[in-house]
Design a protein around this ligand. Sequence first.
Ligand SMILES: [Fe+2]
Ligand SMILES: [Fe+2]
Length: 198
Amino acid sequence: MSEKTMFKLQLPTDPRWANVAEGNLEEILTDHAWCEQKAASNAITLITMIPEYEEIVTELLEIAQEELDHFQQVHAIIKERGYKFGQARKDDYVNELMKFIPKGLSRTQFIVERMLFAAMIEARSCERFKVLSDNIKDQELADFYRELMISEANHYTAFIGYAKRLMDPEKVKARWEEWLAYEASIIKSYGKEERIHG
Ligand SMILES: [Fe+2]
Ligand SMILES: [Fe+2]
């Protein structure tokens, strides 16, 4: 199954990005570790927004723990390889995605947007992990990224599912199409740097 049919992402990542990433593993692993930290933090933030949705909170707690586990795994690889774990990198891609959330929404609309924002990052991250896994020569990391790819694909589905529990699923579906189109318009300028979303 291609990345495109997996997520309906409109633009696939050029596989040459994986070579750029492999050229600086210390940098990509540091950036990746912080992506996992942000994913864990984001899941916790979402919990603070919807405490009354018991089931969603229960699932978000699991996601937060999984992301923290990913963070720990990437950090362990950085240590094992003797790399330096640097400061958090800024993520221009994620910042640009965030701008797509309109101002002045109702509480429910805002939470739905935050779920779609999270789903978008999961979808593209998963696609990036697949491109890494398919293209890098480092076998340990290729296997590692294949495992993470599966986990992030499940997160993507979960976030879309939460949005559909909060609002008319047809409306969510239509809005998701708009997110995909917006994402395609910004991802064009990426794919050149040794960053997970770079
Ligand atoms: Fe993760
Ligand atoms: Fe994730």
